[in-house]
Design a protein around this ligand. Structure first.
Ligand code: PHE
Length: 364
């Protein structure tokens, strides 16, 4: 029927009109199924000069008596809407047009992503750790929320010991009914991981433990309630203070440069005996005195000492290899923040925690 002339209407009754329009609707359906492109379908049905819809209108509407026009017009509009609906469907399904919609203009500039960078604190953390890894040390970790036992008692700070006052502690509230040793606090140093490590493994031990620590310190240019330490522990038969000095001297030279010298001063920590504070010759002025070393030529960097036999004694119950008559060891602890600040010339510790892009962008 498609290419045929439009047959004249056989009459204008509702039934005759319905029949005639139903035949055209079938024709629309057939041609939509056979259709090669939406454009072809559109021309065939809606073409202004040769479209079949125009022919139908010419043949059926114009010749109709006035009182049949309304009924024909309504059916005509329904038919037209149906043709348009099919055309819209065909349009959206056309692969060509779908590609057009997704097309990318490759001449536009791309989305710029800013390159991130390692935070100066983390960079320093990794550099310190890798110096010790190269000496055969393993790397450990421990909890930031610690018990009083691991943070203090096992490190030979008994309850009420004045050395506890040197580490202003943030304790978790509401634990008054627990025995003191089980109460939780934010660890004030990484040293509790010394004990945790020894309880887990027999000697020999060579380990560094980097991590976050907390103290109830008011923030100023050199203090912040959060900072970071790297703990070191070495336990074996016949470990001497000479090993401690050699190890730290080597590590400081590896980290700051081979011309850096170290010196050790007597100090006190409950868990090491003897204990020492370590200074390095100022890596910036070579020891002649500058602003960074406050004109002294030396910078104090870490605490250390030989593991106190009393500490081994406490571990021995859980790991029998730590007989203080058979093994000895040394431990050290250094502040990562301080070293990062010195290395990168950062005047205020708070900048490390500010998240301020103007600060961070300097390290990209
Ligand atoms: N934990 C000590 C502090 O935070 C440092 C230290 C570690 C000293 C290991 C001796 C041995 O002050």
């Amino acid at each position: 029927m498609q290419n045929d002339e439009i047959p004249p209407l056989s009459g204008w009754s509702e039934a005759e009109l319905d029949q005639a329009f139903a035949a055209v609707a079938l024709e629309v359906e057939d041609s939509a199924a056979a259709l090669r492109s939406p454009e072809q379908f559109r021309l065939q049905w809606l073409g202004r000069k040769q479209g079949r819809l125009k022919a139908i209108s010419d043949s059926w509407l114009k010749s109709a008596p006035a009182d049949a026009r309304k009924a024909i017009g309504q059916r005509f509009n329904t038919l037209k809407a149906e043709i348009e609906r099919r055309l819209e469907l065909a349009d959206s399904a056309s692969p060509h047009d779908a590609l057009d919609a997704e097309a990318v203009d490759i001449t536009l500039p791309g989305t710029q992503r800013k390159l991130g960078a390692e935070h100066p604190l983390i960079r320093t953390w990794n550099e310190i750790v890798s110096v010790f890894q190269r000496m055969g040390y393993s790397v450990g970790a421990g909890p930031e929320v610690e018990t009083d036992y691991y943070n203090f008692e096992s490190l030979n700070f008994p309850p009420g010991h004045p050395a506890r006052d040197t580490q202003d502690t943030l304790v978790i509230a509401g634990q008054e009914r627990k025995p003191l040793r089980d109460r939780l606090l934010m660890r004030t140093h990484t040293s509790p991981v010394q004990i945790r490590t020894m309880e887990q493994q027999p000697p020999p031990v060579r380990i560094v433990i980097p991590g976050k620590v907390h103290r109830n310190d008011a923030a100023d240019a050199t203090h912040y309630p959060i900072f970071h330490q790297v703990e070191g522990l070495c336990v074996d038969a016949n470990i001497t203070f000479g090993d401690l000095k050699g190890t730290l001297d080597f590590a400081m030279k590896a980290f700051f440069g081979s011309s850096v010298r170290t010196r050790f001063f007597p100090s006190f920590f409950p868990f090491t005996e003897p204990s020492a504070d370590v200074q390095i010759s100022c890596p910036f002025c070579g020891g002649s005195g500058c602003r960074k070393c406050k004109q002294s030529g030396w910078i104090e960097l870490l605490g250390c000492g030989m593991v106190d036999p009393a500490v081994f004694g406490l571990v021995q119950g859980k790991q029998p290899g730590y007989d203080p008559k058979k093994v000895s060891g040394f431990a050290f602890g250094m502040g990562i923040d301080r070293i990062a600040m010195m290395k990168y010339g950062i005047g205020d510790i708070g900048l490390l925690y500010s998240g301020d892009l103007r600060f961070l962008e300097q390290f990209v």
